[in-house]
Design a binder for this molecule. Sequence first.
Ligand code: FRU
Length: 510
Amino acid sequence: MALRFRNFLIPSVLLVCFGHYQGMTQEVTYQEQFRPQFHFSPAVNWMNDPNGMVYYDGEYHLFYQHNPEGIQWGHMSWGHAISTDLVHWTHLPLALPETDSTMVFSGSAVVDWQNTSGFSTSEKPPLVAIYTAHYPTQRKQAQYLAYSNDRGRTWIPYENNPVLDIGMADFRDPKVFWYAPEEKWVMVIALSLERKLHFYESKDLKEWDFLSSFGPTGNADGIWECPDLFELDIENESGVSRWVLEVDQGSEAIAGGSGGQYFVGDFDGTTFTPEHSDIRWVDYGKDFYAAVSWSDVPADDGRRIWLGWMNNWLYANDIPTYPWRSAQSIPRTLTLRRIDDELRLVQRPVQELQTLRQDHLRLEDQVLNGIMDLGEAFAGKSMELLVEFEIGDSDEVGLRVHASDDEATIVSLNFLRGTISVNRRESGNIDFHPTFAGHYHGPVLGFKTRVQLHIFVDWSSIEVFAENGTIVFTNQIFPAMESNRLELYAKGGPARLISLDVWKLDSIWE
Ligand code: FRU
């Protein structure tokens, strides 16, 4: 048998590769229980935040917080993978290892098109990574540079590091972008314990000057980490845009534990001014953290694309996967949409994911009353669903994925409460941590009798995009191997299925 791995045909026997795990050689099959089939995960060992997201010369780079020596957080370094299509990933060697005195924490990367840094050694621009060096013994975090002149394959730490050090213990996660109107670099960075973001500017990535401070505001209950700032178009309002400032918080987010919030407003090159005071959550599920967007996506593509760490600091070190821990979410495009005069962040799965679609199944115009098992043809553990329900006389309508007689993950529209929800209380293995089981609710914006959902189900996750991508739920689940039924249901009276489209999804590892 030959398996397809990226664009190559290779015998399946070669696919069983070996990873290094705590001094032992570990067999990696990508068929392990809970192994994501179309989400990025490291072959072995621990991963947290996505880092250094940059597109260059036909390749999307995904660096990530990685422990190369173990399956729990520690020895923080930058792991590395690349993709030409945002779907299939190739693992590359460790990009930035920890040193004797510093761990490599989160940060960003840019293409220095004009060689402002002087790091280029040819006519090609260098890639420059801007990241936090964490000094475990000194209670200090400072900002470092490293650069690459070989398409990100090898990285050289800048000899005069640090480039920004204010003598603070929790000063981290720099996100840098080119601010074209003033021909300068801008950095947004977190003063985590103070729940503040600082903006800095630079002409050469090496010398940074303070611009302004933002926060605490919105939700400041948890520490602030991993900010991002970018301009987005407003859908259906041609030529109109706003700036979005995103910040993650280590605890007390909407679903409990870590999560992200965003502010919509204006950035004038110095100061970010929000145009609202209410709290806006990026995700209503419990597993979407530290999302950051790709830098340097070509202008003729024009998309702002991000992904987030699909985990939560409450239980990240305990999830029952082996020999790796954590996956990244699917990549999503970002826009803004005006709803009841408020600008909301819209997240949509990138269209490239459609290349994974296998068999297509469709069901239309069904009366639902109680639970309806869709049978063998619709059963599956890795699939994309597009579904539209009509409320009818029901109180609640929805679907049950990864279902068996004993367990299911339930996505529901609850018309009495006016919410969309994901319930993983009986989703499978929930016992590894007391905060894992839960039922998460998000608002349905405005009264409707029909609701459409776009859902991605993998072996250990479910992502639900509702309300045109303005209400999103990202959650991990750990179902039994044999829990693969797909069921529809209505409670309290009959509801109607307008339509259901199901695509089984190919694995990116096969
Ligand atoms: C967020 C975070 C960052 C830090 C990194 C360390 O998850 O705490 O603030 O840079 O993880 O691994």
